[in-house]
Design a protein around this ligand. Sequence first.
Ligand SMILES: Cc1cc2nc3c(=O)[nH]c(=O)nc-3n(C[C@H](O)[C@H](O)[C@H](O)COP(=O)(O)OP(=O)(O)OC[C@H]3O[C@@H](n4cnc5c(N)ncnc54)[C@H](O)[C@@H]3O)c2cc1C
Length: 367
Amino acid sequence: MRDLISVIGAGTSGLIAARRLGELGLESTVYDQKSVLGLPVRASGILSITGLEGLGMDYSGCVTNTLYGANIHSGGKTLRVVSNEPMASVLDRKKLNDSCYDQAVRAGAKLLTGRRITGAELESLSVRGIVIGADGAASSVASHFGFGEIRKFALTYKAEFEIEAPESGVVDLFFDRNEYRGLFAWTCPNQSDILEVGVGVLSGFGNAKAAFDNFVKSKVISELVGNRKPVTEGASIIPLSMRRNIVNESRRVVLVGDAAGQVKPTTGGGIIFGGNGALIAAGAVARHLANGSPLSNYETEFRRRYGLDLKLHSLINGLYSSFGPSGMGNVISALNVFGIDRFLSDYGDMDRPSLILKRFFLRGLAR
Ligand SMILES: Cc1cc2nc3c(=O)[nH]c(=O)nc-3n(C[C@H](O)[C@H](O)[C@H](O)COP(=O)(O)OP(=O)(O)OC[C@H]3O[C@@H](n4cnc5c(N)ncnc54)[C@H](O)[C@@H]3O)c2cc1C
């Protein structure tokens, strides 16, 4: 009997895995507990253009805005990292999920919606083949098969307001350890007349909704938002660390995306790293079925390609979380003096800090 491949979760990671499996000639069944995929939208859709290109997917119909950089605020100081070239796209998350769905189905995946898979059913699917857990940060697959915990989470609250952003191609990030410990508050022009306002705080160190309410009342945001009510709003969680292991070889279970904790701890962005995790996992599954090579090759390859970058993101997150507003303001002033703002505008890569370091040292050597 042929091995079944079951993907639990039809978010971007699960759908990218299913698409890749289809491209490699393998059939998979994707299960999702939701009957309408991609809703409600609780996350933002800021993705680096280089990262998106690397995922090899069609996202052309999902772009709602183009971003050229960010203003980073703390302690009354601002670091402006804005390029002449586009750095990121803002994508409509529902449309992105729909596009990933279409691409997975076109590649031959079978989708079953309105199906929550836990306990006995997971057990039976794993006996009959390979299980890919793409079921998000609170993964049932990870708990059922005894994967290690995700140690660090951010709690988020975000809303969209019908207003024009002060700068249409720039995100504003606000760092204040006392208010948004472990992450930050932000505004992002999702569309020409829709401004997203959000807050993330480290779980155990604050209440995201209370921090959001204070942020909206702050001078800078209240002047923009006035008395308007949000057109969308809601809370969510983001994993800020990877699980200790993401493959269970004996049970033939692998985790991808948020379920694995494949998220940048600096920003909470998970689509690029989770999508790449899904692509690598699909390749390892195909090789396992073709020649019996271990599924753990997936974990080895993922950590080899992205481990250093995720560690650097974690280090940067630890650094900015440790500074109070005035300390962070001083760091910003120093970075401005040393011209880091211009360097980041020219060479900044949102996903790969290792490449920024490489370019920084190469530039130093070239002088
Ligand atoms: C406020 C916020 C802002 C963000 N901003 C960005 C950003 O700008 N850029 C970026 O790259 N990332 C961002 N992220 C992170 C990004 O949204 C996630 O990394 C990404 O959605 C993870 O995709 P996933 O497919 O791994 O998991 P999910 O999107 O969580 O999908 C998991 C799926 O599994 C299903 N499921 C769960 N349990 C079961 C079960 N037992 N049986 C069947 N189905 C199940 C769920 O219904 C869901 O559809 C943000 C997140 C938040 C919260």
